[in-house]
Structures are given as structure tokens and as C-alpha cells.
Design a protein around this ligand. Structure first.
Ligand code: PLP
Length: 285
């Protein structure tokens, strides 16, 4: 596999990043994951806009190749022959000469830019979408700027492991009794025909898939309410689902052992998945 590091396309085993890189020492990095379907990028502009916002919020410099990012994504998809899969992009504050909590002087340190691909054949027709996911709930003990897509992913990884140990697929995180989001996705419930998902704030990541799905839902005259909900309300909902760039819309059929509806993917989630895949494939670049 060919990866991109700071201006160079290299075989993955020749790519190198400094041990002083602040993403390695301090998780001082931000990232994006863009899906590839049929060789095309899904919602690239949305991911690029969020990357720019994450960089701004952390006073991190744009990498020199920022304006070439579309080209770099396309080149990696081409050389690695990705039909279905994803492109992972990471920008870090770079590596100063010494480890220091203070940010290094931007004149002395350049940001690190890394991109690689992961092939995921059949990404859009995953069997999980037909079966539905099981989730557990865990306390949300992450930091207070979850709207910035940083590489500090240890707690979400632990949450994923807690879910696996419980025989489930993912964990929904709870703060003050209300669901924030999944370990790597936004969370939704459906009551009647109404789609309910937490409003945007610094408490959750502003999902690119979330924005697209809510837009498509509204265009299809589906009712949307952006508000937080408790885990008890979720357990009694008619349906639930998650969204993310790599899972699109994925139905949830069980929460903390409570079965939702008939225990199979719901009508609303199934329809939204179809609409999302149709529309975003049409707009893919
Ligand atoms: N919430 C969290 C915590 C995430 O890590 C992610 C994606 O990785 C999402 C939500 C979904 O965001 P997107 O739809 O942009 O992939």
C-alpha cells in the first residue's frame, strides 16, 4: 500500500514520522475519514471544511498541501486501487526539538500531514445493516471539546472494548443522563415517524454524515427534532440508528439488553440509509 507523508507518496513500510511528533506524545493532532464508494469520495467538501475548523479551534497551522488535499485523496485511491473503502487523513502540530506542553513556535515547526487508504470491499452492503446493531451505554468521561475531531481516542476505544465484552457492537455515551453520541458515530432515536438526535454543541462531534442525513430527511418531508434524549427514552423508542462516514446509516436494534420494536432494523432507519446512499453517491466526486 502507498501512503502519503509530508509531500511524498511512499510504500507504507518506508513512511516515517518523528518520535517527537506531538500527536505521538500528546495526541496533538486532528483527523478526518472520508468514505470511498465506486472509486469516488463521499462528501469530501464537508470533511475538508470540518478539518479546517478543527485546525482553527486548536491554533494549528494548515499543512502546506492543504489546497492539494482533493488531489492527494484521489491519487491514493487510484494507486491503491480502492473501489470501496476509506481515506484516513491526519494533521498534527508536528515535532519540536524537545517535549514541551507549550505549543512550539509555528515558524520553527511544520505540521505533519499523513494520509492512507483502507480497502473495504462491499462497504455499502454490509450485513450489519440488515441485522442491526446492539449497543450498551457507558458514562461519557471524555473532554469538553468533542466538536474538535482530535486523535485522543483512548476512551472511545475502551468503550468499544466494553461493548465487545458485553457481546455488543458499540457503546452510546451518557452525560447528565442524556446520550451524547456513540464511540465513533452520532446517535438517533425514532418515535412514531419523528427522528430525534442531540443538538449541535461542544458536547458532540458535528458529524458530516449527520448533516447530510438530516438534510435528506427534511427534503423527504420526514420530521426531525434536534434535542437530547435520555437512555431510558431511547430504550422505549420505536427505532434507533447511528450515522458516520464509514457506516453511513446503521440501525440499532438493542440498547442495554432492551429490544427496540421487533428487534429488526426499523422502517425509518432503512429508508434513510437508502436515501443517504443514493444521494451521496450521486454527489460523490
Ligand atoms: N461522533 C464521533 C465521536 C465520531 O468519532 C464520529 C466519526 O468518526 C462521528 C460522530 C460521525 O462523524 P462523521 O459522520 O463525520 O463520520
Amino acid at each position: 500500500r502507498t501512503v502519503y507523508v509530508n509531500g511524498e507518496y511512499l510504500p507504507e513500510n518506508e513512511a516515517k514520522v518523528s518520535v517527537f511528533d506531538r500527536a505521538f506524545l500528546m495526541a496533538d493532532g486532528v483527523y478526518e475519514v472520508t468514505s470511498v464508494l465506486g472509486g469516488k469520495l463521499i462528501d469530501f467538501d464537508g470533511h475538508l471544511a470540518r478539518l479546517e475548523r478543527s485546525l482553527n479551534e486548536l491554533d494549528m497551522q494548515k499543512p502546506e498541501a492543504f489546497d492539494d488535499l482533493l488531489e492527494i485523496h484521489r491519487e491514493l485511491v487510484r494507486v491503491n486501487e480502492i473501489t470501496d473503502g476509506l481515506v484516513y487523513l491526519q494533521v498534527t502540530r508536528g515535532g519540536a526539538a524537545d517535549r514541551d506542553f507549550a505549543f512550539p513556535d509555528p515558524d520553527e515547526v511544520k505540521p505533519t500531514l499523513v494520509l492512507f487508504t483502507q480497502a473495504k470491499p462491499g462497504l455499502a452492503d454490509s450485513p450489519a445493516a440488515k441485522k442491526g446493531m446492539k449497543v450498551i451505554s457507558i458514562e461519557d468521561i471524555r473532554w469538553g471539546r468533542r466538536d474538535i475531531k482530535t486523535t485522543q481516542l483512548l476512551y472511545p476505544s475502551m468503550g468499544k472494548m466494553m461493548a465487545k465484552k458485553a457481546g455488543c457492537d458499540d457503546a452510546w455515551m451518557i452525560e447528565d443522563g442524556k446520550v451524547t453520541e456513540g464511540t465513533s458515530n452520532n446517535a438517533y432515536i425514532v418515535k412514531g415517524n419523528k427522528i430525534i438526535t442531540r443538538e449541535l454543541s461542544t458536547d458532540i462531534l458535528h458529524g458530516i454524515t449527520r448533516a447530510a442525513v438530516l438534510r435528506f430527511a427534511r427534503e423527504a418531508q420526514m420530521e426531525v427534532e434536534e434535542r437530547s434524549f435520555t437512555i431510558d427514552e431511547a430504550k422505549e423508542a420505536d427505532e434507533a440508528f447511528i450515522t458516520s462516514a464509514s457506516t453511513f446509516v446503521m440501525p440499532v436494534v438493542e440498547i442495554d439488553g432492551a429490544t427496540l420494536g421487533e428487534g429488526v432494523p426499523g422502517k425509518v432507519a432503512t429508508r434513510l440509509r437508502e436515501i443517504y446512499l443514493d444521494e451521496s453517491l450521486k454527489a460523490a466526486i
